[in-house]
Design a protein around this ligand. Sequence first.
Ligand SMILES: Nc1nc2c(c(=O)[nH]1)N[C@H]1C(S)=C(S)[C@@H](COP(=O)(O)O)O[C@H]1N2
Ligand SMILES: [Mo]
Length: 324
Amino acid sequence: MLIRTRRSWELPERTATPEAVFRDRRRLVAGLALGPILLAGAGMAGLRPARAEAMADPSAKLYPFPHNDNYKLDRPLTAEKWATSWNNFYEFNDSKDVVAEAQALPIRPWTIKIDGMVAKPVEIGIDDLLAKMPLEERLYRHRCVEAWSMAVPWSGFPLKALVAMAEPSAGATYLRMETFENPDVAPGQTQTWYPWPYVEGLTMAEATNELAFIATGVYGKPLPPQNGSPLRLTVPWKYGFKSIKSIVRFSFTDQQPMNFWQSLQASEYGFWANVNPEVPHPRWSQAHERVLGSDDVVATQLFNGYAEQVTDLYKDLQKERLYA
Ligand SMILES: Nc1nc2c(c(=O)[nH]1)N[C@H]1C(S)=C(S)[C@@H](COP(=O)(O)O)O[C@H]1N2
Ligand SMILES: [Mo]
């Protein structure tokens, strides 16, 4: 059992995680009282598969990837121990402390489906995909909608390289991404009030922007399961919930995808979710962020500091709800 002392960047009560609120609301909506849930949980404990050891990652030999110097940070890197032990991964649990449970995620074989409006739908294993992609390391900031942030070295490849490989048809205007669904290994997915699987989406212009990155590693090694092994999105100008983990499917479409958090609570979470310190979340300010692993609180920047690269994406979309 991991014993943690409370750090200053852990959220105070007044900014209780949005999720905790939904969980209780969903239980009510579903007409479920706490008692039966606890009873069911106790009854099932014996049936849950034993917690697996972390599976060896055959891609480890590819690391470290060549460093791309174009992405600079304005702050120190977050210590690896914090970035890999303070996680949001609702498939496992909603506590930030998912490390132990996430080790049960089977990362091989891992097949990625590319389908929808493409020249030729394919299924490709993660190791074959890695062999085709231009691999590099980048330093990015990450800003969670809950007002904490980190700065990490991701390894992976530009999302636009995957888009080019897929050859989407001219009519495709969105990329929809989906996480694995396997309640046998992911206890959170037995909680039926969540709309599994986790889904996220980008416009094609966003998906082919130079900043949109698929991370397969962090700190010069393959991603640990809790960070979304074996591949996850990183879109650093958007709130962290857009950066979908453990992806199994990329679909090209002409329909705007309905993402996980939007379908839970559309009044608080939308499709765009671009970082903007001047647009508060309905329940808390977005003006500042707590820096994970330190005692610092810093001012949040428009587009999380990436305005130069992404402002143009939104110039014709001013009527949209761009910052939620
Ligand atoms: N499939 C899936 N992807 C997810 C999440 C999740 O619960 N499930 N949480 C999101 C949120 S809210 C954040 S802040 C980041 C956290 O990434 P990290 O744990 O690597 O810091 O993952 C995002 N991607
Ligand atoms: Mo988040």
